[in-house]
Design a protein around this ligand. Structure first.
Ligand SMILES: NC(=O)c1ccc[n+]([C@@H]2O[C@H](COP(=O)([O-])OP(=O)(O)OC[C@H]3O[C@@H](n4cnc5c(N)ncnc54)[C@H](O)[C@@H]3O)[C@@H](O)[C@H]2O)c1
Length: 329
């Protein structure tokens, strides 16, 4: 095991989560940068990390650059890191626009540096186990899929999260997790139709404060999926998955225990795949670190990031136009 210097850019919510988990990866030391000096210094203190005076200094100091800044800033940070040949992990969604994502892809191709995307849901044991169960035929041929993700308004909703131009709203910021899972577990999506109610829209004469969306996806396999995303649930975070197939139904609800339930004509089985050593953020960071250490491609890479982004952007377009949007292969 060699020593690896990880530079975390962004000392907000996800920067804190990443630093805490990087600290548990053997052989890693940390350097932190944020445009807000107080946040940078506080995060560095909490994790025994060094501080970088500016972005350039962080990139020069790091072996891995971990991008935890607001979504519309991903491109600037990632392209600088990639242009200097640094392995780069970008929080999801890969970018705010396809053009930005393509710039990142080009920068990664030019330097040969690994570019990973933080589609962490793949590392949640329940989502991983449902993907594997479906692939192993637990519910027969999948036909109808339903995913839900949501919670209350993000803490800084009045900052960049509530600005659709910056965050993409729930269809990009939240649902991109589920679009990625669907692509990973069930294959390509050919079209999407979405409806949403967003900040500033009027509902029954009152200005709406929040963000809610429902997207219906047609899969190339013939299956249909619907993805619901909301920042309208003050009870806090909740995610669910349901896959119904020719031989039964498998489902997960983060608010139940055990969390995964499989029902077939043989009966109903309950499981709790979560357990020690299964922290999804730690598994994600460790997997990227291990790939960089041995010079392998990122486990969740640029093609995955772009594919999920394309579905999310098509859903946003559909919600605006009230038309079904096709997604070409
Ligand atoms: N994987 C997940 O579960 C998950 C959860 C929440 C957010 N995210 C994603 O993580 C990213 C960051 O979200 P967050 O919740 O941490 O946001 P945040 O607003 O809490 O933190 C962002 C930080 O970046 C800093 N910043 C802004 N521009 C910068 C720049 N150019 N250079 C350096 N620092 C800069 C800000 O000062 C702030 O401290 C977003 O892309 C978001 O979609 C992922």
């Amino acid at each position: 095991m060699c020593h690896m210097r990880v530079g975390v850019v962004g000392a907000g919510g996800m920067g804190a989560v990443h630093c805490r988990h990087w600290s548990a990866v053997p052989g890693v030391s940390l350097v932190v940068f944020d445009v807000d000096r107080e946040k940078r210094d506080a995060l560095a203190r909490a994790n025994g990390a060094c501080v970088a005076a500016d972005l350039e200094a962080l990139v020069d100091d790091a072996d891995i650059v971990d991008v935890c800044v607001p979504t519309d800033h991903h491109v600037k940070v990632a392209c600088l890191a990639l242009s200097k040949g640094k392995a780069t992990l970008v929080e999801k969604p890969l970018a705010r626009t396809l053009e930005d994502a393509e710039k990142m892809a080009a920068a990664a191709k030019a330097s040969g540096a690994q570019l990973g995307v933080g589609h962490v849901v793949r590392y949640f044991p329940e989502y991983e186990s449902i993907k594997n169960a479906v692939a192993n035929g637990a519910v027969g041929t999948p036909a109808a899929v339903r995913l839900r993700r949501g919670g209350g308004l993000p803490r800084n909703f009045d900052g960049w999260f509530g600005d659709q131009e910056k965050s993409g709203g729930v269809l990009l910021d939240l649902a991109v997790h589920d679009f990625d899972w669907i692509l990973w577990a069930l294959g390509p999506v050919t079209s999407v139709y979405a409806r949403s109610v967003s900040l500033g829209q009027t509902v029954e004469g009152a200005e709406f404060r929040g963000d809610y969306a429902l997207a219906t996806l047609q899969l190339a396999s013939g299956a249909v999926a619907h993805v619901e995303a909301t920042w309208m649930d003050p009870a806090g975070g909740r995610t669910t998955v349901e896959v119904a197939g020719s031989a039964g139904l498998i489902e997960y609800d983060s608010r139940t225990y055990p969390t995964v339930r499989t029902a077939t004509s043989d009966g109903t089985r309950l499981e709790a795949p979560n357990g020690p050593g299964m922290d999804p953020y730690l598994r994600q960071l460790q997997a990227f670190h291990d790939a960089v250490e041995v010079g392998q491609p990122a486990p969740v890479g640029i093609d995955d990031g772009i594919a999920a982004l394309r579905v999310a952007l098509a859903a946003i377009e559909s919600a605006k136009s009230n038309k079904t949007v096709s997604i070409s292969a």
